[in-house]
Design a protein around this ligand. Sequence first.
Ligand SMILES: NC(=O)c1ccc[n+]([C@@H]2O[C@H](COP(=O)([O-])OP(=O)(O)OC[C@H]3O[C@@H](n4cnc5c(N)ncnc54)[C@H](OP(=O)(O)O)[C@@H]3O)[C@@H](O)[C@H]2O)c1
Length: 280
Amino acid sequence: MSLPKLLLSNGRRIPVLGYGLGTANYGRDSSDAVVLALRQGYLHLDGAEAYANDESIRIGLERSGVSRKDIFYTTKCSSKDPRAALLKSLKTLNLEYVDLYLLHSPEYFEEIGLAKAWEMCEEMQTEGLCKSIGVSNFRVKDLKKLAETAKVTPVINQIEFHPYLYKETKPLLDYCKEHAITIAAWGPLTPLTNAKNGPVDVTVAEIAKSTGYTPGQVLLKWCQQVTGGVVLTTSSKASRLQEQMVPFISMPDLTDAQVEAIIENGKSKHFRTYMPHMDE
Ligand SMILES: NC(=O)c1ccc[n+]([C@@H]2O[C@H](COP(=O)([O-])OP(=O)(O)OC[C@H]3O[C@@H](n4cnc5c(N)ncnc54)[C@H](OP(=O)(O)O)[C@@H]3O)[C@@H](O)[C@H]2O)c1
């Protein structure tokens, strides 16, 4: 069974679950990971200039045998010239276009200015080098600043999101919803990885036990239900990749009470992996 797709504000569709080519794949030969992910049915790949693995991703894309038209490929710009960065990535990846191009974080564009960086993205979208454009790690104030000059509204804001960031992120979720900006959530499994032994563990374990799903599946489902958006995860293991698809294909929604219980327990801890500016 294939992963469902979400409709973006520009009418394009994005698979609801994406395979991350950062974190565990950061700076590494990711060719095997790309082949594994694509063959397991993850047709949405999340790359970035900063991950420094485009060359190996190209090899993986070619080796996988999966048709380009079936893949949703995202990359992100972290250098000061979005045009130069995208052209370089396209060449290295041997792609004619990416499906989604994101400004990786606002501070990377202080020198060139957000307005200019975004204008370049808009132009490249018109030229067909990227089908959709968006942002990552943008706060409400960054989105408001962008809106002052933007002709195109970002389709996505890719941010860290899990129960230990709900409280701080809620105003941003509300702003994005109001402006039809889809959330793409990274780090959804943080309570099981970088922030173990936290206050949601018991609740998540109880929900997992009562529903017959795993704690990882409960966290992925929670993340998707709360944001209504896209979820990004990664794994080096085929069995886990299969496990992580289930919440998006056949797992019933968590009840409102289950969603709320995770929110309430998560509020007593704050944990952010990267991008401390998001707490400003
Ligand atoms: N825009 C940004 O600034 C930004 C920042 C960070 C990440 N991202 C993107 O988001 C992607 C996903 O981020 P993430 O790695 O933080 O995702 P995550 O889904 O929170 O964590 C994935 C990691 O958790 C492990 N894992 C999976 N299931 C598990 C389980 N049930 N119990 C314990 N560990 C488990 C995996 O290791 P195994 O291999 O052992 O399964 C993998 O290393 C990145 O690759 C990147 O593309 C974007």
